[in-house]
Design a protein around this ligand. Structure first.
Ligand code: ZN
Length: 104
């Protein structure tokens, strides 16, 4: 998986989402620019959701095996499979993590 720019991602006035770069001495870099269509309210909602992505990804990874990724006997809180069995087919948690990692 390619590493994304670490959070926090901030919504700048207007429609840009920025983050501090780890490669360019903390320089603010553009992560995304949100379309203003169809409405400004929807644009703000989209920007809010996108800017929360690093936090949501971290939360999904933490929740994946009940916070015990090193224990094969812990359960996924969504499909209830033990880690040693892997996620059930179609588990929304596994699908979401895979999508965030570019595998879905
Ligand atoms: Zn699962």
């Amino acid at each position: 998986m390619e590493k994304f720019t670490p959070g926090p991602w901030k919504i700048e006035p207007g429609r840009e989402i920025t983050a501090q770069s780890t490669r360019y001495e903390g320089e603010e870099i553009l992560v995304a620019k949100v379309s203003w269509r169809p409405t400004q309210a929807e644009m703000r909602a989209n920007a809010t959701l996108i800017s929360a992505s690093p936090n949501m990804y971290a939360a999904l990874k933490l929740a994946e095996w009940g916070g015990h990724a090193d224990d094969e006997e812990h359960y996924c809180p969504v499909c209830f499979n033990k880690k040693r069995c892997g996620h059930a087919r179609g588990c929304e948690l596994a699908l979401s993590i895979a999508k965030a990692e570019g595998r879905g």
